[in-house]
Design a protein around this ligand. Structure first.
Ligand code: EPU
Length: 432
């Protein structure tokens, strides 16, 4: 079994370079299906979700050329297949973006019901409502999302009011609408940075999308999109995770290749907790020397506090003086990490969507599980602060979303390594 081993207690010093945003990349790569020509996509994070989505495109007939570690060229002009293999599509949540992209390009799609993190009920009714408003009929059959436009013709512009602010539905409707006949209007749209990034990608290839980043997005369908070059924004959540890592371990780290504005919601909370955060042009300098103090957060759609940073904050609240409170406003099941933190000595009570955390003096190393991607990140953050050694299992969840986590943290002084543990012997170091 492969695990992370962390010997806690080392303060962090140095520089961490942030990679491209996962949740932008997993939408922008499928968006290449709409483009008639070669898309050169830069600042791609090297994570397993991205590898998988690129493999799915290749499976559909796209030509994918790796230019360097963070750049690929994707040419979907010869794609003819519209059916995603079950075992590939169901491994990743973002496979639902293939519905919008394939419907937009071909007027039909068959995509396995998406997988990804278990965060509770994850309906797709708002996506389906959006496609219906654009003339597409979408139903779930035999484990597949099957979408069809009459005569496999183009989608038509439509008016969609989202009952719930949904990142996925907003992006999927944008994908379906980019080549539609006429204008599509999305009201009560999500405003996350990756929504603006997808709009910028599509616009740079010739789309006509206005208002991304506000709650009304207007997409005037165009005849065709042509190839071009686009660079993905930095990952807000990866940056936020390393900010909490510094808060947990202490020290001073320059977190580079970020858009500080995207981090404001996280920065404000860390300042409240006694962490120093200095904004620079494309970096934040994070320093923690004194004790952490309590705070409270409620997760909300952007620009509110991101649900994807909730568990990492839970980890540092566990060692903050006083009583901290987290209210989860997006997902039903995002406190599964609480049981794992308790194994390390945290005092955390969960009641429905609220967690009350009484800060303890120290956490102690234990064997804990990465229940999902961000819960796994929280275990890493807690392990850096803990006395003794922490082993984290199920790290494939973490590798879905964090590029070179072990290398990045080791470079700033953390004692973290990947260990391979045969069933009946002691762990042996593999990468550090
Ligand atoms: N919802 C519906 N119906 C829908 C769609 C969503 O009721 O048709 C509900 C969900 O159940 C949830 C809320 O609306 O309660 C928000 O869901 P949203 O659609 O915004 O989430 P998502 O698109 O499935 C993305 C990220 C998640 C992140 C959320 C919220 C991707 C691939 N995933 O999910 O990221 O938590 O937005 O910001 O972009 C992660 O990276 O760890 C992760 C889970």
């Amino acid at each position: 079994m492969t695990k992370y081993q962390i010997r806690g207690g080392n303060a962090l010093h140095g520089t961490i370079q942030i990679s491209g945003a996962k949740n932008a990349a997993v939408a922008i790569i499928p968006a290449a299906l709409l483009v008639d020509g070669v898309c050169r996509i830069e600042n791609i994070p090297q994570i397993s979700d991205v590898t998988l989505i690129l493999k799915i495109l290749e499976e559909l007939g796209a030509r994918v050329r790796t230019i360097d570690r963070t750049t690929v060229e994707v040419d979907c002009s010869r794609v003819l297949n519209h059916q995603i293999p079950l075992e590939m599509g169901q491994k990743i949540r973002a496979s639902y973006y293939l519905v919008g992209a394939l419907m937009g390009r071909f007027g039909w799609a068959e995509v396995p019901m998406p997988g990804g993190c278990n965060l509770g009920d994850r309906p797709i009714d708002q996506h389906i409502k959006g496609f219906a408003a654009m003339g597409g009929k979408v139903e779930v059959r035999n484990g597949y999302i099957c979408g069809e436009v009459p005569n496999h013709s183009r989608m038509t512009g439509g008016q969609v009011y989202l009952d719930i602010v949904s990142v996925g539905a907003t992006m999927n409707i944008m994908l379906g609408a980019a080549l539609a006949d006429g204008m599509t209007v999305i009201e009560n749209a999500a405003k996350e940075p990756h929504i603006v990034d997808l709009a910028n990608f599509l616009n740079s290839m010739g789309a006509n999308i206005m208002g991304a980043g506000t709650d009304v997005i207007k997409i005037r369908g165009v005849e065709r999109l042509q190839g071009g070059t686009y660079s993905i924004i930095p990952d807000q959540i990866e940056a936020g995770t390393y900010m909490t890592a510094v808060a947990a371990a202490g020290g001073e780290v320059l977190i580079k290749n970020v858009i500080p504005k995207h981090l404001d919601c996280i920065t404000v909370k860390l300042l409240e907790m006694g962490v120093t955060v200095e904004e620079q042009d494309d970096a934040v300098l994070v320093r923690r020397t004194g004790p952490l103090t309590r705070t409270k957060i409620k997760t909300m759609p952007y620009p509110g506090f991101p649900t994807d940073m909730q568990s990492q904050m839970g980890a540092i609240m566990s060692i903050a003086e006083g009583t901290s409170v987290i209210t989860e406003g997006i997902w039903d099941n995002r406190f599964r990490y609480a049981d794992e933190l308790r194994k390390m000595g945290a005092n955390i009570q969960v009641d429905g969507k609220v967690a009350i955390i009484e800060g303890v003096e120290t956490l102690s190393g234990a064997e804990v599980r990465a229940c999902d991607l961000r819960a796994g990140a929280a275990m890493v953050v807690a392990g850096l602060a803990a006395h003794g050694t922490t082993f984290i299992t199920d790290i494939d969840h973490i590798q879905r979303g964090y590029e070179n986590l072990v290398e990045k943290l080791s470079a700033v002084g953390a004692d973290i390594s990947i260990v391979e543990e045969p069933d009946d012997s002691k762990p042996t170091t593999k990468i550090s």
